[in-house]
Each structure stands twice: as C-alpha cells, then as structure tokens.
Design a protein. Structure first.
Length: 368
C-alpha cells in the first residue's frame, strides 16, 4: 500500500456567536487546513491542522501550507503501512513545523485504520471508554457574566470548566474566579487559564487570593522559566499548555517537577504518534492531561477524542473541541458532537468521520 496522491484543502471557520477572547487576543475567524492522503488501494485518510491566528502560538495557517508543500512531494510512492517510517521521511524533508506534520500524521492513522478495518483508538493502544469528557472554555469577560455562563454549563452536564483570564486588572480576574466558584457550587472541576497572560507576581497574587478555591492554574505565565519559578510559591497545581512545543519540553517539565499536569494539543506536538508517546510519559508519573487542539472541525475533533479514549479516565482532563464555536460539520452523517459534557468515541474504521464529498471545493494544492 503506497501513497499516490496528497490533496490539500481550505475550510473557513468563522467563530459562531461572536468573538472568542483570550489574554493573547481575540478570534473572529480562522481557516483550517485539511489533507487527504490517497493510497494505491483507493482508500483515503484525512488529517487537519488549524491555528488560532498568528499570535496565539508560532503556528499559523500559511506556515502550515508552506510546510506541507515542502513535505508532501517526498511522500509520494512511500509505503503507507509504516507511520514511523513516514515520520522519518517527513523529518528528512523539513525540520520542525510539527503542526503541519501533524495533519499528515493524523491522515496516516486514518488511512491505516480504514485499510485494516481498525479504529484509530485501537491503533493507539485501545480505547478505555466509549465516551470521553470534554470541558467548556469560558472566554475572557467580566465576573458576573462569566459566572452566569458557568452555571448554565454545569446544568448542561460539563464536568470541567476552563476560565480564561488575563487582559484585565488582576482584581477582575480574582473576582471572576470567586464568582464562578460561587455560581457552580463546587459541582465541577475548574482550571483557570491565563494563556501566558500573567506576570509571576500576578500569578502568586491570584493564587493567594483564591487559596480556598480548588482550582488548577493553567499556563499562568509566558515562559517555561517563569512557570518554573512558581514552584513552592503558589497554592494550586500548575499545568503547562503553550510551552509544550515538543516532546522534549514535556519530558523536561516532568523531570524537573514543575508541572502537575498538562493541557496538550495534538497538532502542536506533531500529531497522534508524538502525542501517544507523551501520553505514556504522563502515565508513568501519573500526571493528568487533556487531549485538545487549538481549533478545527470534525477531523481534528475525532483525533482528539480517539486519543483521549486511550487515556486512563482518572487522569484525563477532557478533550476540548471547537464544536460549540463553529457552525456545521464536515461529516453530516457522523458528526462529532458534545452531549451532556461528553463526546462519544466515533465508531467505524480510522477516525470514524469522513468529509462529505465536495464540501471543501477544489484542492488548493495537489501532489502526486
């Protein structure tokens, strides 16, 4: 089974219901990049990568497409049954750009699963559950409104909330955390996510002011070293998110003991292959983590859910997908949807989802 063609597509994803606000900026519109990898047996696998604009992280849309342009021609004719070999081939074609390689890696898993009649979860070691937790992300806002939305999401069954902070005075952030805690009455787990938006001093002040509230501080500060300096100075567990650019950073954080858990992104780490290795590193140290991505549609959502289903449930912090913020689905027959704060693991071979024919129009690039 050899790769004979790779098609690249673009999918516009305007943010549904207004602006998604984080400390690093606001998002009104994103554009996802999808790849279709076709083998000589006629079977195709799909992958996706979607950045949160050009500021949230170094990854960006045009960068992904330029990187795929460098990599894809070198994959034509390659044996598709060895994902490890294909990963080495991608690295030989281009250094770095994990977020672009991730789209291809996801497609390889989908192709292999479809060819052998196996789900991606099975390829990753086997699902431990038939549905995974997700969580709702409360965008940066004002205390009373954020608390009102939080209470509504508890009623809708979400077991975990992520409260975005930053961009306001620290007093506003502290009040928001207290209001959310009061509104949810301890019925959900709460992560307070600054998206790198706090100084060390502000992170310590927030933790001190919310000492009695059982929260997790997610990526409170900008750099790895700033987060490391919080050890022993805050009253809450600290998770790394944006700093986890590759497997080595995760390994370093674990070995230095500066992270109590992780908010992990499939495409940021380079795809399902590398995320699986990180999953196993976290398992060795009993560290909780999520299985998320920055944005995207049914393809990346399915990848997050399949990986999430293989994580020990007691350590799993949820699979965040963008479904609440986008209109429609790529696969109208088998959409990835959130029901009562959980997502069913897709059934069928591969990812279990396949874009409707013609939904993306003509490819923006083709190789092979």
């Amino acid at each position: 089974m050899r790769i004979i063609q790779i098609n690249v597509y673009s999918a516009p994803l305007p943010v549904l219901g207004g602006t998604y606000r984080m400390a690093s900026g606001s998002i009104d519109f994103v554009e996802s990049t999808l790849v279709e990898v076709i083998a000589d047996n006629g079977i195709a696998g799909w992958g996706e990568t979607c950045s949160n604009g050009p500021v949230y992280q170094p990854q960006h849309t045009l960068g992904a497409r330029a990187a795929i342009q460098e990599i894809a021609p070198g994959l034509i004719g390659e044996e598709a049954s060895s994902i490890r070999s294909l990963s080495r081939r991608m690295d030989a074609r281009l250094s770095g750009h994990n977020y672009a390689k991730a789209a291809l890696d996801i497609a390889f898993h989908d192709l292999l699963g479809r060819s052998f009649g196996l789900s991606v979860a099975t390829l990753l070691g086997g699902a431990l559950t038939d549905r995974v937790e997700t969580y709702y992300s409360l965008v940066v806002g004002y205390p009373n409104e954020t608390a009102r939305i939080a209470a509504d999401k508890v009623l809708k069954g979400y077991p975990r909330l992520q409260v975005k902070i930053g961009g306001h005075d620290i007093e506003n952030d502290i009040e928001t955390v207290h209001k959310v805690w009061e509104a949810t009455a301890g019925k959900v787990r709460i992560a307070v996510d600054a998206n790198r938006g706090l100084t060390v001093a502000a992170a310590i002040q927030l933790s001190r002011s919310c000492q009695a509230i059982p929260i997790v501080l997610e990526q409170p500060c900008n750099t790895f070293d700033e987060v490391a300096s919080l050890r022993g100075r805050v009253w809450h567990p600290v998770y790394l998110d944006e700093n986890t650019e590759d497997q080595n950073v995760v390994l370093r954080a674990i070995s230095l003991g500066i992270a109590d858990g992780f908010g992990l992104k499939v495409t940021r780490l380079g795809g399902l292959s590398k995320m699986t290795a990180v999953r196993d590193m976290c398992a060795i140290r009993s560290l909780p983590h999520s299985s998320d991505d920055t944005w995207g549609g049914d393809i990346i959502a399915a990848a997050c859910v399949h990986l999430g289903s293989t994580v020990e449930p007691r350590r799993f912090e949820g699979a965040w997908i963008a479904q609440e913020y986008i209109d429609g689905h790529y696969d109208s027959a088998n959409p990835i949807t959130i029901r009562e704060g959980h997502i069913a693991v897709p059934q069928g071979p591969g990812l279990g989802v396949k874009p409707d024919p013609g939904i993306f129009g003509k490819p923006i690039a083709s190789y092979g």
